[in-house]
Design a protein around this ligand. Structure first.
Ligand code: BGC
Length: 378
């Protein structure tokens, strides 16, 4: 009974905590252009790490982590207000991407004999779920889920969105759930689930741009990177896979050993990608469904380290090649190649690539995807 009362009290004040880590909110963040309120929640842990997530796009707006001297900085891109997030300057900063992250060639695919047409929003292809109601552009329902032993005794911030049948051209009513849970050992769990009432493609991801020296720092080319992949997905000039999955050995794509991002990137400046914008096919010793390391990135000056761990077969390395100096949060400027995304998920254009792992979700099945951002210093 006492426990029940405490639980109810915690819900009333909008703050639920385990031993240390807690989720606070909601707080008003602003309103969308069409008048919908947008709220923001704050996740905190015992080491002072702060992560903020808002209901527009179930988007991470801030991640504050310490450097090797204990100095905190926000390491992800964002804007000060909703207007910034709704502006053309926003290249998917921190959001949940879907229904299908990455490109779909010519915005078309055929499923069970029926052809579907999607918006062409990245000539000549479809990118990141569409134009109006892609998952980054809708306001999600959020709720704090109190600590539970199954979630390591930590509270969880849950976002729900139901995408109606046919939204952005995708078939089937699809219920999507994204949860964020910050743990005391400085890891942020992002768990995705989806169910649909018709067969439909699904490939969700988080699109945070990291600069471990602090968002707004000049470049990410000095960050050191290691990716757990012997193979990558070659693409054409429009960034659509050629259909092959090739060895990274002896190419500019080899990050099997820790390498500076800028070491060989210039060789890609004249390509359609203008840098790294490629998916790696992860080497996964574990069984499918289990999580394992995808990539480890370190900023040598601050000593901040990010490890990305996932249950998915791929990770897209995108070095912010299309950033153009837009003004972001706290007066910072985001120059070309000053942020890096490590997007966990399926392989690009999987709906049109018969040899890639399928991203089709069928009625009765559940899509599950775990992505963990683990922070430390070295
Ligand atoms: C893609 C880039 C694209 C960017 C948009 C990334 O996931 O791989 O090509 O420009 O998203 O912000």
């Amino acid at each position: 009974m006492l426990a029940r009362c405490l639980f109810a009290a915690a819900l009333v004040v909008g703050s639920v905590s385990s031993a240390y880590a807690q989720v606070e909110g909601p707080k008003m963040f602003g309103k969308t252009a069409d008048g919908k309120p947008v709220e923001v929640y704050t996740l905190k842990n015992k080491n002072g790490i702060i992560v903020k997530v808002m209901t527009l796009g179930a988007t991470i707006t801030e991640i504050n982590v310490p450097d090797k001297k204990g100095k905190f900085a926000n390491v992800v891109f964002g804007f000060d207000d909703v207007k910034g997030y709704e502006s053309k300057d926003n290249q998917y900063f921190g959001c949940t991407v879907g229904r299908v992250a990455n490109r779909i060639a010519k915005g078309r695919f055929t499923l069970d004999g029926k052809e579907y047409k999607l918006a062409i929003n990245n000539e000549p292809n479809h990118l990141h779920g569409g134009v109006k109601k892609s998952l980054d552009k809708v306001v999600w329902n959020a709720k704090i889920i109190p600590p539970h032993p199954q979630r390591g005794g930590f509270p969880t911030l849950q976002f729900l969105y139901t995408s109606p049948d046919g939204e952005e051209g995708y078939p089937g009513k699809t219920d999507v759930r994204v949860t964020y849970s910050l743990r005391d050992r400085n890891v942020l769990f992002i768990d995705y689930y989806a169910v649909a009432d018709k067969a439909t493609p699904i490939n969700l991801t988080n699109h945070s741009y990291f600069n471990l020296a602090g968002a707004g720092a000049e470049t990410v080319l000095d960050h050191e990177l290691q990716i757990e992949a012997n193979k990558y997905v070659p693409v054409d000039q429009t960034l659509i896979p050629t259909g092959k999955v090739e060895a990274v050995k002896g190419t500019v794509f080899d990050f099997t050993k820790t390498t500076r991002i800028g070491e060989r990137i210039e060789k890609l400046y004249e390509t359609g990608a203008k840098g790294y914008d490629h998916c790696y096919a992860l080497t996964r010793p574990e069984k499918r469904g289990e999580i394992s390391l995808a990539a480890k990135m370190r900023d040598p000056k601050s000593g901040r380290v990010l490890e990305v761990i996932t249950s998915q077969p791929g990770v897209q390395l995108y070095t912010g090649n299309f950033l153009f100096g837009q003004k972001g949060k706290d007066g910072k400027t985001y120059k070309q190649r000053s942020g890096v995304c490590l997007e966990t998920g399926g392989l690009p254009d999987a709906v049109n690539q018969p040899t890639f792992p399928s991203i089709i979700l069928r009625p009765g099945q559940t899509y599950r995807h775990t992505c963990v951002y683990a922070f430390s210093v070295e």
